[in-house]
Design a protein around this ligand. Structure first.
Ligand code: FMN
Length: 277
């Protein structure tokens, strides 16, 4: 039991709290057909506590406002290509700014600031909140009102990219204007000329029908005929393999490394591998 608790605790966050985070390469190929994704796009406000894996977050941020061409242009269009929208990422571990060029999260404010995420309770417990922030210094070279008008359109394009990505991945999401903007700007440590246009909560839907990490760990250990107290380096992560959500369970024992994929919905063992460590 001790090890499972330790494993669950270690899994409390996959994100470093003390510095910037390099993201894995985003997956930019494949997925559902566009018309199916459009059919499934919707707002959902019930989020499971489970956080997104760094891989999923990387792909989501690329879809949101990543660089999709060698000249640095983005997945979301902007008037005159001003690229005035920054995506701020609020996780339980801290607030970060997405750096599309480096494919990294730049730490802005460590710690859990989700109480400032929004006035609706789900925003404060969702594992991920995104904020689309207009930077006036990069905005349209016109008066403030026009620059803000464009900023709204630009952030709206990013927001819809995220809605579509979430529809493709079966994630829950909702755009959110219901924010205490002053409190949130403080949590995001915004400077003069920066303004939150809108937020968006993202996570796994609450009733996803998954068996849960502990059941996946139990299934893998039962297959290997070990007790949890026998093994070392027990890890369990939710991921997508060939379009199927799986729990990847890994552990070590007696010089061997064990690697399992457990179907997240049915609990069926899809892969069971044993290799010399
Ligand atoms: C600009 C904008 C602001 C929104 N603000 C909120 C919000 O603060 N809270 C909320 O629960 N939903 C918010 N929504 C979600 C809408 O309520 C939702 O899109 C609408 O009811 C239509 O539902 P659908 O997205 O499932 O089609 C917002 C949507 C947009 C586009």
């Amino acid at each position: 039991m001790k090890r499972i608790i330790a494993a669950s605790f270690a899994l409390a966050t996959a994100y470093a709290t003390a510095g910037d985070i390099n993201l894995p390469q985003p997956v930019t190929k494949g997925g559902k057909a566009l018309m199916q994704v459009l059919s499934e796009r919707k707002s959902t406000r019930d989020f499971a506590a489970r956080e997104l894996s760094p891989q999923m977050l990387s792909s989501l941020l690329w879809a949101a406002n990543g660089i999709n061409r060698p000249d640095g242009r983005r997945t979301a269009p902007t008037g005159l290509n001003v690229q005035d929208t920054d995506v701020y990422v609020m996780l339980a571990s801290g607030v970060y700014r997405y750096d599309a060029k480096l494919n990294a999260l730049t730490l802005v404010n460590p710690g859990d600031h989700r109480t400032a995420a929004g006035k609706q309770p789900f925003a404060q417990s969702a594992p991920l909140n995104l904020f689309y922030v207009h930077d006036r210094s990069r905005g349209m070279k016109s008066d403030d009102a026009n620059s803000l008008r464009f900023a709204g359109i630009h952030a709206g394009a990013v927001m819809q990219n995220v809605y579509l990505f979430c529809a493709k991945e079966g994630l829950a999401t909702v755009a959110r204007a219901n924010i205490d903007y002053d409190a949130c700007a403080k949590a995001l440590k915004l400077g003069t000329g920066q303004r939150i246009v809108i937020g968006q909560s993202v996570g796994y839907p609450q009733n996803d029908g998954f068996i849960g990490r502990q059941a996946a760990i139990r299934a893998a250990l039962a297959h290997a005929k070990f007790h949890e107290s026998d093994v070392r380096w027990l890890k369990c992560e939710l991921d997508r393999e060939d379009g199927v959500m799986v729990y990847e369970v890994d552990f070590k024992k007696d010089g061997f490394e064990y690697d399992y994929d457990i179907d997240a919905k049915t609990g069926t063992i899809i892969k069971a591998k044993k290799e010399r460590d």
